[in-house]
Design a protein around this ligand. Structure first.
Ligand SMILES: CC(C)(COP(=O)(O)OP(=O)(O)OC[C@H]1O[C@@H](n2cnc3c(N)ncnc32)[C@H](O)[C@@H]1OP(=O)(O)O)[C@@H](O)C(=O)NCCC(=O)NCCS
Length: 149
């Protein structure tokens, strides 16, 4: 059976809900805490419970996937890929031309999900150094958005 009906992915503007989705991952040391401010957020719901989340920051024509986490018992059901798809759809709608992100070296699940969603390895353009670019020990990824694809 598919999981589309079991989980719902919704855009979220409520800081407390995003924090509730982040908390188990931050507490377990799986992810660093990421500020709510100036980001767009999506939360995965299993009934009343937030079980995953993802953020994106938009600078006019380009965007950056800032973070994504799914709590362990809900992993392996394609939720990260759904969180990628929903952010890509939103980015296209608001006129973003390219999305960037990075993964920590050795994060194979995230790399798999990005490849499945048509991201390719890249070197970030110089103009992004000092923002999210310029880190060591990470892989940088990008997806160029086209009207049809
Ligand atoms: C990374 C994370 C978000 C993945 O969430 P998820 O909902 O389980 O991801 P999905 O089910 O969409 O896909 C995971 C993919 O990784 C693959 N995968 C899982 N474990 C793997 C491993 N050890 N090695 C290689 N691939 C692996 C899965 O097979 C799947 O790929 P597929 O669709 O090609 O089969 C989740 O593990 C997590 O929250 N981890 C801790 C926080 C983190 O690392 N966040 C990302 C920061 S960039």
């Amino acid at each position: 059976m598919g999981t589309r009906g079991v989980y719902q992915v919704k855009r979220c503007h409520d800081e407390e809900i995003v924090s509730a989705a982040q908390k188990p991952l931050v507490d377990s040391g799986d992810l660093p805490y990421v500020e709510f401010e100036n980001r767009e957020w999506w939360v995965v719901w299993s009934g009343e419970k937030p079980v995953g989340y993802a953020g994106m920051k938009i600078w006019e024509d380009y965007a950056w996937f800032s973070i994504c986490g799914v709590i362990p018992v809900h992993r392996g059901h394609g939720l990260q890929k759904r969180l990628i798809s929903v952010r890509v759809r939103h980015a296209k709608k608001v006129g973003v031309k390219v999305i960037y992100t990075y993964t920590i070296n050795g994060n194979h699940p995230s790399s798999c999900s990005l490849i499945r969603r048509h991201f390719v390895l890249c070197t970030p353009p110089d103009r992004h150094y000092g923002q999210w670019a310029g880190k060591r020990d990470v892989l940088y990824w990008q997806r160029t958005l086209t009207k049809g694809g």
